[in-house]
Design a protein around this ligand. Structure first.
Ligand code: SIN
Length: 282
């Protein structure tokens, strides 16, 4: 079941792939977003799950925060250090001295939170000469492609999402002390209903999901591995190649993403604002 077609008069929308992603042109986010533009962006976001704003100038941090707040209250990352002077901004930065880069494995942002984020807005200002793409996977499509017997089995099951194995030591190279961070864990339904589109999506990911609670340890391990492999199939994916100052805005409730760190020792840097969501429910 696809999201119904929408028409636009304030922005130009070009689908990136038939089911996932759209490029947005005809708007300058650095100059602020009108109510009518916001309305169309929101519709496009719900229809395409991830938007790529092209031809942008660098968005001042205050404007970036303001744009995020149009979608709701902002989310504070439990472990990553914030940009100086802007507690709402998480800097994405990998360079020659980095030991890890952010988001290298498939995930939905901070799914370990009780109330995980609705969406994330990332603008990149420094790009490597090549590489540094971000991949996205359509979790509506992943759910819809499962057989009816598998859907029946998963419906009503819950999974634990943990973060200590991800966050402890993760930001040490940025001066973050593990004693000052929290490593949340939460239990969420394996299939969640999107609160706006009412479509169902698989809600598990390789980074944070550790256990299907109602199954034995062996069953949980095998079924989770099958589901991870299933939702990482290329048929559900797009791969975004960034241009300078592009802004990506993804819906964490119905897609996963993965940042490819294939550019070391080159640098890649940008700013991320994350919007609070609601408690996942099936
Ligand atoms: C992230 O997971 O937020 C990082 C995405 C990226 O760097 O492309």
């Amino acid at each position: 079941m696809a999201t119904p077609a929408v028409s636009y008069s304030k922005i130009e929308i070009r689908p990136y792939a038939p089911n996932l992603g759209a490029e947005v042109r005809g708007i300058s986010l650095a100059h602020g977003v009108s109510a009518q533009e916001f309305d169309e962006i929101r519709k496009a976001f719900l229809a395409h799950q991830v938007l790529f704003f092209r031809d942008q100038e660098e968005i001042p941090p205050g404007r970036h925060i303001e744009f995020g707040r149009m979608f709701g209250e902002l989310h504070a990352h439990p472990a990553a250090p914030a940009m100086e002077g802007y507690p709402e901004i998480f800097e994405i930065h990998a360079h020659k001295e980095s030991k890890v880069a952010n988001g290298e494995f498939w995930h939905s942002d901070v799914s370990c939170d009780e109330i995980p984020p609705l969406g994330t807005m990332l603008q990149l200002h420094i790009l490597p000469p090549s590489g540094g793409d971000t991949m996205f996977s359509d979790m509506y499509a992943a759910w819809e492609a499962l057989s009816a017997p598998m859907q029946n089995m998963l419906m009503g099951l819950t999974a634990t999402h943990e973060s200590a194995h991800v966050y402890l030591g993760r930001y040490a190279d940025r001066g973050q002390d593990d004693n000052n961070i929290s490593c949340p864990s939460a239990v969420h339904p394996i299939v969640r209903t999107h609160p706006d589109t009412k479509r169902q999506a698989l809600y598990i990911n390789r980074t944070f999901t550790t256990r299907i609670n109602e199954l034995s340890a062996t069953e949980s391990r095998v079924i989770l591995e099958m589901l991870f492999g299933h939702c990482e199939q290329i048929e559900f994916q797009i791969r975004f190649r960034w241009s300078h100052n592009d802004m990506a805005f993804w819906d964490n409730r119905c897609c996963m993403h993965r940042a490819i760190w294939d550019y070391w020792p080159e640098e890649r840097k940008g700013r991320r604002v994350t919007i609070k969501g609601d408690r996942p429910s099936c």
